[in-house]
Design a protein around this ligand. Structure first.
Ligand code: PA5
Length: 447
């Protein structure tokens, strides 16, 4: 496997007995994922997904992405939450950090529909009016406000620019097989449509066309991603207890949670992992934060945030622990050069690589934080290749299922996100929310 786990920096904070108890619990809960007898078991389609993706499906995704690449400078991925974070996480982890400035001819991916900010949408429409673009609109329900709003203006621009008859070559929708407004609209226009399986929830959908189409269009090898996920799926299915990476991770974080460490900070030393952490935050936050329970998922980018959040982590309230993503091999390393006269005092690093210096910053930080009472769970990643990313995606999904069951919540629903929507719909005067409008307005006045 390209992914490994170490718990050295939990020593002195967690005892073996505390870890063993959680390993035991995690092992029992793992079974629920396979015999499908736990809460939310109608949303376990992701468990077998890596083995179920067919050659035909992969081919269609590759062909569609080639078509997009052949005529589009930009692909606008329209979606929110689980409908866009996975693709963005993978593309940014494995792509160039400065892609957006590149003048090469490859298709660049831009994202829309994940907020309602008018300035962003104005800028986007302005940019696209003189450039060639395609749209991949992604919504499982087909009714989510943010992507539907963005898609409305993007579709209107595309229609003006290319003509209605040509939209079928430029607009691709990923949605439910038969239900929802997006499915209806897609059928009316004749868009090529990709299906999100009924039994796969948004945040577990990276390995469906939700993630795979934009990832392929962004130039990544989706076969390697699926192959990494497949390897991890086999491994996690066939290993038990401490030999099982996901049980170990779920056990360590739950043992720390039991000690009152209620915040988990995912840490990276590679800025390209920023959106991977956003994906992880959604996965764990939406899966576990229920019924007054759940570890709060936060994230920091080191060494950048050592100069902002480092003080709190070292010395603030002791309610947190870290999970470190330790990427061992960069895509391309570089060395520090010798400068005559040593004006900045850095010649002692001459000849050393930046990845070596980064690794020493990492070791120094782990030790300092451990000294401050902050445990670190360490996830070692050989590199950020497509295979490794495929492993990581499946690993985190699986561990999230195990961990959610350990907390005795349903890791596959998200009832809490409806409250803001209902208030917003009432305030905006949506049909069916008339009665709620007065109630919401009254409450807002009272507060
Ligand atoms: O994980 C989830 O289910 C959510 O984050 C959804 O993905 C998100 O709300 C978008 O929903 P939809 O795809 O229905 O537009």
């Amino acid at each position: 496997m390209n992914l490994s786990i170490r718990s050295n920096f939990t020593k002195g904070i967690l005892s073996d007995a505390e870890i063993d108890a959680q390993i035991e619990l995690g092992s029992q809960k793992k079974k629920l994922l396979h015999d499908k007898s736990g809460k939310g078991n109608d949303f376990l389609g992701w468990v077998d997904l890596p083995n179920q993706i067919s050659e035909n499906e992969l081919k269609t995704l590759e062909e569609t992405s080639k078509k997009i690449q052949s005529h589009s400078e930009f692909l606008v991925v329209v979606g929110i939450g689980g409908s866009y974070l996975g693709a963005r996480a993978v593309l940014e982890a494995g792509g160039s950090s400065l892609d957006v400035y590149s003048k090469d001819k490859s298709t660049k991916i831009i994202y829309a529909g994940h907020h309602i900010d008018p300035d962003y949408h104005n800028e986007l429409l302005n940019l696209l009016k003189d450039r060639d673009f395609s749209i991949n609109v992604i919504s499982k329900s087909g009714t989510t406000t943010e992507p539907a709003l963005a898609f409305r203006s993007l579709l209107s621009l595309a229609e003006k620019k290319y003509g209605k008859a040509n939209l079928k070559d430029r607009v691709f929708s990923t949605t439910d097989a038969s239900r929802g407004a997006l499915k209806k609209l897609s059928d009316e226009y004749g868009f090529q449509t990709f299906v999100i399986p009924d039994d796969v929830g948004g945040r577990y959908s990276v390995l469906t066309p939700v993630g795979l189409l934009p990832i392929a269009a962004g130039g990544k090898d989706i076969r390697k991603i699926v192959s990494g996920a497949k390897k991890m799926a086999e491994n996690l299915k066939n290993t038990e207890g401490r030999d099982n990476l996901a049980i170990c991770y779920a056990a360590l974080r739950n043992a720390l949670y039991k000690q009152g460490k209620k915040t988990e900070i995912l840490v990276n030393y590679n800025p390209r992992l920023f959106f991977f952490m956003e994906w992880w935050k959604q996965l764990y936050g939406e899966s576990e934060g229920k019924g007054g329970k759940g570890i709060f998922p936060a994230a920091v980018n080191f060494t950048t945030d050592l100069h902002s959040m480092g003080q709190y982590i070292q010395d603030g309230e002791r309610m947190l622990f870290e999970t470190l993503l330790n990427v061992k091999k960069p895509f391309q390393d570089m060395s520090v050069t010798e400068v005559s006269g040593d004006p900045d005092g850095l010649n002692y690093l001459a000849g050393k690589t930046l990845s070596y210096i980064n690794s020493k910053a990492m070791e120094g930080t782990k030790l300092a934080h451990h000294g401050g009472g902050v445990a670190t769970i360490e996830l070692g990643l050989e590199d950020l290749s497509e295979e490794t990313i495929g492993e990581m995606i499946y690993f985190f999904e699986y561990a999230c299922g195990v961990s959610g069951y350990m907390l005795d919540v349903n890791p596959f629903d998200q009832p809490g996100v409806e409250d803001y929507k209902n208030n917003m719909f009432a305030l905006l005067g949506k049909k069916g929310f008339e009665a709620k409008k007065a109630e919401v307005e009254k409450k807002l006045k009272e507060l």
